[in-house]
Design a protein around this ligand. Structure first.
Ligand code: 5AD
Ligand code: SF4
Length: 588
């Protein structure tokens, strides 16, 4: 038996895996024979790739069980660096290095993936890779993928088709092009990706980015490499993300990963694993650095951002049960102790009073009064709450296992509006979930009318394998009905959002300037506290901190804008002055 196969079997029987669905850490197959590599299989690309011929003999000696034990318990504080790290027995330190090879990274899906791209790049940069934004000159192409709906995955399959052509046409004089799938799709489909298009060289699940240098080194030898092991504690706390799309105004800071909610429609618990939070101290350190760089807005990120719970330190309150929103339940046993979201939000907002704080994506069950109170009191915590409802029908909400009824949700909306006057609300909705009747659909329509969200994200239900809905429920709403209901929801959402946004007309809003408007070179674009886009002419204005001084607003400046018109997505107005967050608050 090959030593790697041996390790895999031992791992299975020891049940290290955080989720039963994940059964392997590493799979390497040989293109020549589509099997695990053995010393008798030369592998056709090995000669081409310039990797030393003794690779297969080193592979035969393979890693020991101790090696995997060591890597499984690697402390979080350490960023893997080939120089410092003990290389696996089948690779040399030199093979682990990027050796100036150029990486092209492409991101799909949610904001978490944008942040993960920055983490992956930070790890590869440390390992000696270079970054390129030119696909043609790339030696390695990595796609950071999404699995949330079928369409998201189809986009990646189409992209792989195009990349296959690029790979085949690659000149023999150049090093072979390597293609990797990172993130949720790697986690969900595993070897199906390696086998289907025969174009992918490596897979790395969302918790395996530290392993990228090793996976790439294996791929470089012509072998396929994969690590889709989910972790109970990986938060990349020590990896300072390198901003891939540098913005002078805002940044995202990942504070937790994974999801324990198990809503019946959702693939995320299977692709992203169990909930775990990053230690408060490391989050504060990152926010401080961003503030020193002059950034003016930080969005705290997590799949269930307000379920944050830092258990990394011994605490005196370890027996205290978690407060949930009134009328809401969790699908899991009550969690106790730890530093909670209100504590983190309080600390983060104290770092820099000129820095706006947002967070996404929360779950409605985790809005205890202390969080709402803090949002109300603190000037730099934006008065904007994403409150994903998913449906307006209690029957459908139960089938989705959301842990609340329509009535409890509406009560929470009222409570939030009382606690945070002027709060802006957004939501997610799914049209055509299993068993959704016309009556259920109309209840969603009526919820949209009742709440009048400012921002909305609406989707047609897409059945995902592995989920509870896939196993227990019937995807029985015909596609055309789903799409028709989705259209109706979009129309109603727009009508109501227009009405909600029109209430800003005549008000003065504090806007953080992002840059020129995409539609007009004479207009600037920014966002108000509620995260709505605000467009206004780029003219000279007075600076309130330097009376008499006339300035043109720059990205990262706060300005006061008098709103003159509104649509379902945008506000328009004229700029009054440049100001600071402290010196002003939105007036109506
Ligand atoms: N089909 C359609 N939409 C989904 N979402 C999550 N899973 C599915 C699915 N299977 C939506 C939910 C969630 C948002 C991120 O994506 O509305 O809040
Ligand atoms: Fe897509 Fe969800 Fe994965 Fe984000 S976490 S990439 S939305 S499947």
């Amino acid at each position: 038996m090959h030593p790697l196969q041996c390790v895999l079997r031992v791992q299975r029987s020891l049940r290290w895996e955080p989720l039963a669905s994940v059964s392997w850490l590493l799979l390497r197959t040989c293109r020549a024979c589509s099997s695990f590599p053995s010393t008798s299989c030369p592998g056709p690309e090995r000669q081409q790739s310039g990797v030393p011929k003794d690779f297969s003999s080193r592979l035969a000696t393979g890693p020991t069980f101790q090696h995997f034990l060591r890597s499984a318990s690697a402390p979080q504080e350490k960023v893997s660096s080939p120089e410092e790290e003990d290389p696996p027995p089948y690779l040399t330190v030199d093979e682990l290095r990027g050796r100036q090879r150029k990486v092209y990274l492409e991101t799909y899906g949610c904001q978490m993936n944008v942040n993960d791209t920055e983490i992956a790049w930070s790890i590869l940069q440390k390992s000696g890779y270079l970054r390129t934004s030119n696909l043609q000159e790339a030696d390695v192409i990595l796609l950071v993928t999404c699995s949330i709906r079928e369409k998201a995955e189809q986009t990646i399959w189409n992209r792989l088709h195009q990349l296959k052509v690029l790979k085949t046409k690659r000149l023999r004089s150049r090093v072979p092009l390597r293609i990797g799938i990172l993130g949720c799709m790697a986690e969900r489909l595993k070897e199906e990706i390696l086998n289907r298009e025969k174009v992918v060289d490596l897979l790395a699940g969302p918790d395996a980015y530290r392993d990228l240098p090793r996976l790439l080194a294996v791929a470089e030898s012509g072998q396929q490499a994969a690590n889709v092991l989910l972790s109970l504690d990986e938060t990349y706390a020590d990896v300072m993300p390198v901003q891939t799309s540098p913005s002078t105004t805002s940044a995202f800071v990942s504070i937790m990963r994974g999801c324990d909610n198990m809503c019946t429609y959702c693939i995320v618990p299977f692709t992203r694993g169990r909930e775990r939070s990053r230690p408060v101290a490391s989050i504060l350190e990152e926010v401080r650095k961003l503030s020193e760089q002059g950034l003016k807005e930080v969005t705290l990120l997590g799949q269930n951002v307000n379920s944050f719970r830092d258990n990394s330190e011994v605490q005196f309150n370890s027996a205290v049960a978690t407060n949930l929103s009134r009328g809401f339940t969790a699908n899991y046993k009550t969690k106790r102790g730890g530093l909670r979201f209100a504590h983190l939000l309080d600390q983060v907002s104290r770092v820099d009073p000129e820095m706006r704080i947002r967070f996404t994506s929360p779950h409605p069950k985790d809005f205890p009064d202390e969080v709402l109170q803090l949002i109300h009191e603190r000037d730099n915590i934006c008065k904007q709450i994403h409150l994903p409802a998913q449906s307006g029908s209690s029957r459908v909400l139960e089938a989705m296992r959301r842990g609340y009824s329509r009535e409890a949700y509406v009560e929470l909306v009222h409570h939030i509006r009382e606690s945070i006057p002027g709060v802006s609300l957004s939501s997610d909705f799914i049209a055509g979930f299993c068993g959704e009747t016309e009556e259920d659909h109309l209840q969603t329509v009526s919820l949209l009318r009742e709440v009048q969200y400012n921002i909305g994200f609406l989707f047609a239900y897409s059945m995902r394998q592995k989920t509870r809905a896939y196993h227990r429920l019937k995807d029985d709403v015909p596609e055309e009905v789903k799409l028709r209901r989705l259209e109706e929801l979009i129309t109603v959402f727009r009508e109501e959002a227009t009405k909600a946004n029109e209430t800003f007309v005549g008000c003065t809003q504090l806007v953080l300037v992002e840059g020129l408007s995409k539609r007009s070179a004479t207009d600037l674009c920014g966002r108000n506290d509620g995260n709505l886009k605000v467009i206004f002419p780029d003219v000279e204005v007075e600076d309130v901190t330097n009376p008499g001084l006339k300035v043109r607003a720059q990205p990262g400046d706060y300005v006061l804008v008098k709103i003159t018109s509104a649509s379902s997505q945008t506000l328009k107005g004229h700029v009054l002055c440049r100001t600071t967050l402290k010196a002003s608050s939105a007036h109506c």
